[in-house]
Write a protein that binds this ligand. Structure first.
Ligand code: FB9
Length: 388
């Protein structure tokens, strides 16, 4: 009907199909026969109509015409990958074929050394201290005398920490005999009789105890040496010191504690310092570690009064964690050194291993240090950003 060949006659009741033309031309059949003969000049719309009516299907035939190229050969010619001086001198390079450079190839990762995670964290702490104007203390002597490690810090000779159960004493050389004797006498006096407003510990202080050599139990021994040296200056000048180095304690080993660890210590000497100054310094120092919520708890140290334990809310762990200890050095420590009476020294300490283990998600200290450390971990672990 749409081609105009037939029509419906409804004049006599039931509709009848009637012829409308004498002859018809079946173009579809003509088109398909043409295509069969390989003639394909159908208009796009007609072709798409036939495809839709499944009268046609499109087949794409891709053919390649291969011919010998300029480099045609029946043998695999090894492409040279290096241009050597021999090739240049002999002229052999003229008949050689060279493999083209692949400038998209990734370079070989350069073999290089890798900082241990502890040393990465140490660098971060050192950066924070240096940027806050602190000077690093000389901590290269692991062996210390009991005098500087304990007596100078007003730690009494009968204190349990001075026992062989907690401290590694050295058998050879077993003792130190050179001390600033005038200062030593003042230390002896403040322990045994008191002084500077203190009643002291009132015991018979023995130089033999002070002479015993040990592996330092804290870097505060170095702080004592530095403060004594500062006190020898004619004119007192305020100072900010820091240290990050190994300390040794003869303690029970467990998953997070070895007999040695790195102590991080900050010390500030100035006139009229107190806890408020200490807390203010923490606001800057620990913010650089990514902590902005701090809490403090009264604590006890033999050489500081008042003392505080420091806690911070660790967002990653979602809980409060202890991040260090701190306090104001006692007058019995500071005054025998010869520092002016209005000079106070505030100090704080933390470890390097604890933040490193948290940073790199390690639960056992033996995965961080010791013979069982996986060197691949040392190579693979990322840059250290303490504040992230
Ligand atoms: O480092 C500790 N915790 C810590 C620190 C940083 C941190 O950073 C986050 C990931 C980014 C996370 C945790 N602590 C001190 C607290 C605890 O781990 C504690 O259980 C273990 N302490 C050690 C002592 O162990 C025998 C850490 C070590 C420590 C404690 C006190 C001092 C130094 C090290 C000190 C001091 C001091 C006090 C007054 C004056 C001078 C020094």
């Amino acid at each position: 009907m749409s081609a105009g060949w037939i029509q419906l006659d409804k004049s006599g009741g039931a509709p009848q199909v009637k012829r409308k033309v004498d002859s018809i031309t079946d173009t579809v059949q003509e088109h398909l026969n043409e295509i069969k003969k390989g003639i394909d000049n159908l208009p796009e719309n007609v072709r798409n109509d036939y495809k839709k009516r499944k009268l046609l299907q499109a087949i794409t035939v891709t053919s390649f015409l291969l011919s010998k190229g300029p480099q045609f050969s029946t043998t695999i010619k090894k492409l040279e990958t290096d241009l050597t001086s021999e090739m240049l001198l002999s002229g052999a390079w003229k008949s050689m074929q060279f493999k083209p450079y692949n400038f998209d190839a990734l370079g070989q990762p350069p073999e290089s050394g890798h900082l241990h995670p502890l040393l990465k964290v140490r660098s971060e702490f050192r950066e924070i201290f240096l940027e806050m104007g602190f000077a690093e203390m000389p901590t290269n002597a692991y062996v210390e005398s009991s005098f500087w490690n304990f007596d100078a810090l007003f730690q009494p000779q009968q204190h349990p920490a001075r026992d062989a159960h907690d401290t590694f004493f050295i058998s050879d050389p077993a003792k130190t005999t050179t001390f600033p004797m005038e200062y030593l006498e003042r230390v002896k006096k403040v322990h045994s009789e008191g002084g500077y407003g203190s009643q002291g510990y009132r015991y018979a202080w023995k130089i033999e105890e002070a002479q015993k050599n040990l592996l330092r139990t804290h870097t505060t021994a170095v702080s004592a040496r530095m403060l004594y040296k500062l006190a020898q200056q004619k004119e007192f000048t305020p100072q900010k010191y820091f240290s990050i180095d190994k300390v040794f304690r003869n303690e029970t080993l467990d998953a997070t504690h070895l007999a040695e660890f790195h102590q991080v210590e900050g010390v500030i000497a100035d006139r009229g310092l107190g806890l408020a100054d200490l807390i203010t310094v923490f606001d800057t120092f620990f913010k650089r570690l990514g902590f902005d919520r701090l809490q403090f708890k009264p604590a006890y140290n033999p050489y500081t009064e008042p003392s505080m334990e420091i806690f911070a809310f660790h967002n990653g762990l979602g809980k409060w964690i202890e991040i260090g200890n701190s306090g104001v050095f006692r007058p019995e420590l500071v005054l025998p050194m010869g520092l002016p009476a209005d000079v106070n020294v505030i100090a704080w300490g933390l470890s390097l291993e604890r933040p490193t283990m948290i940073k790199y998600g390690l639960n056992n200290i033996r995965d961080l240090v010791g013979p069982k450390v996986d060197l691949q971990m040392v190579q693979d672990n990322p840059l250290c950003r303490l504040d992230k």
